[in-house]
Design a protein around this ligand. Structure first.
Ligand code: IPD
Ligand code: CA
Length: 264
């Protein structure tokens, strides 16, 4: 049984998804602008952002918002904040690669307590509430149990043109290729975290990311029995934007591999 807030979040996401599905079917008509080299925003991102804000505001008029396309919107209740990315994986979306998601998290007093990540093309709805487990389309999720790096399939987000992380990512991929079973660049870290929660991938690395890309996913992984951490330190990845994830055995091995790449 979904709680009232989860019903509100899922309802908003489903409504926004219908707009996104229509735009996905007519990509050639889509307006695209470039925020920075390799960083795009489409008219679909903005439309989806607006629908999410309107639907969530209707149900929770006092809450504060942080969205990728609208920035910070102050509400009269500073303790509750929706953190939204209307499309995580915009480049995939623009190229008709069906790996992108709407992702919405609810933060209460600086703690993520609910998260929804939805791929509107595969119709996969990842949901989690603090203390209640993680689910995909109502099926309970559990991170994979593989304990050795050489068995692991790792989602590594490959930075786009213009990123300051290009040399570091090459070094990290180089080290990982020698130690892990395989590497995939998903193009949507929000879905990558959903896949980690679902045990489809065993570990994940993504650098230089914003809190709206990973807020829901961090909770999904935790509620599926996994862990996330900053790539390089004990800091909070929601603050540093550098995230590594896996089960209790794999995460330390992954972080060691990243350290070896940094110091090589
Ligand atoms: C992108 C995705 C992707 C990551 C890129 C981000 P956006 O976010 O999170 O996984 O590798 O660096 O820009 O722009 O599609 O919301
Ligand atoms: Ca986005």
């Amino acid at each position: 049984m979904a709680t009232p807030i989860m019903n509100v979040m899922i309802g908003a996401v489903r409504k926004a998804a219908r707009s996104l599905q229509r735009d996905y079917g007519e990509l050639s008509n889509l307006q695209v602008s470039q925020k920075a080299p390799g960083d795009y925003v489409t008219a679909a991102d903005k439309k989806c952002d607006k629908i999410l804000r309107e639907e969530l505001q209707k149900a929770r008029p006092d809450y504060t918002f942080l969205t990728e396309e609208s920035g910070a919107i102050k509400g009269s209740d500073p303790d509750h904040r929706f953190i939204i990315d209307p499309i995580d994986g915009t480049m995939n979306f623009m190229h008709a690669v069906p790996v992108f998601a709407i992702t919405v998290a609810l933060e209460r007093k600086n703690e993520i307590v609910a998260g929804v990540t939805y791929n509107p093309i595969s119709d996969e709805m990842f949901t989690a509430e603090k203390g209640s487990g993680a689910f995909m389309n109502n099926r309970r999720l559990r991170v994979a149990a593989r304990r050795e790096l050489h068995e692991a399939l790792v989602a590594y987000e490959i930075p786009n043109r213009g990123s300051k992380d290009l040399p570091l990512s090459r070094a990290e991929i180089g080290v990982l290729q020698a130690r892990v079973n395989g590497i995939r660049g998903m193009g949507s870290v929000a879905l990558g975290l959903g896949y980690l929660a679902a045990g489809r991938v065993d570990a994940l690395v993504c650098r230089n990311i914003q809190s709206w890309d990973i807020a829901a996913g961090v909770l999904l992984v935790r509620e599926a029995g996994g862990f996330t951490a900053d790539c390089d330190s004990e800091a909070n990845p929601l603050e540093t934007g550098n995230i590594a994830g896996g089960n209790a055995d794999l995460l330390p091995l992954l972080k060691q591999a990243l350290k070896d790449a940094r110091t090589a």
